[in-house]
Design a protein. Structure first.
Length: 174
């Protein structure tokens, strides 16, 4: 039925439910998982410090350079934390017998999910839904809506729930 399941993971708390649903589907069908975290434009904007010392030249004083260095150190810390979370998800899925790998990339989440599903030959995409409607959905956009309409395979939407129980041992820093 499903051999390859692509799982879109973001930094929301709903990602835990997305992950657990995907692992359950993979265990049931014997599928492999590919976990994907896309650094969206909002996150990407946070990756760029507000100044570039190469362009500023001699106008920079030590306090600005120190702020710049602190900013980069924080970005590196956040990146290491994201990688730690992704590795812990792979470890948790593998521990219950599901072949799992992960990737992280910059880009538009919807397009990136659909493109990876195509190139990886996914049979199913599992993605969460924030439950946005009306004006909020129009302004903020809906990754799940984009994926539904552009995916090269079936899509399973996991709606946001308040269920916090977990049968998998996973780092809670989503």
């Amino acid at each position: 039925m499903f051999n390859k399941i692509l799982v879109a993971i973001d930094r929301s708390t709903a990602s835990r439910n997305v992950f657990e649903t995907a692992v359950s589907l993979a265990k049931t069908t014997g599928a492999s998982l590919m976990l994907l975290h896309v650094l969206s434009s909002e996150e990407k904007d946070n990756l760029s410090p507000s100044i570039d010392p190469k362009q500023e030249g001699d106008r920079l004083d030590s306090s600005i350079l120190e702020a710049y260095d602190r900013h980069w150190q924080e970005l590196e810390r956040q990146q290491q934390q994201r990688l730690k979370v992704m590795r812990s998800l792979v470890k948790a899925a593998t521990a219950v017998g599901v072949n799992t790998e992960f990737t992280q990339t910059l880009g538009d989440p919807g397009k990136t999910i659909c493109n990876l599903a195509q190139t990886w030959s996914a049979d199913l995409i599992v993605v969460g839904s924030r439950g946005l409607t009306g004006i909020k959905e129009m302004i903020l956009g809906s990754v799940s809506n984009y994926v539904i309409h552009h995916a090269p395979c079936s899509v399973f939407i996991v709606h946001k729930t308040n269920n916090t129980s977990s049968s998998l041992s996973v780092n809670s820093d989503f």
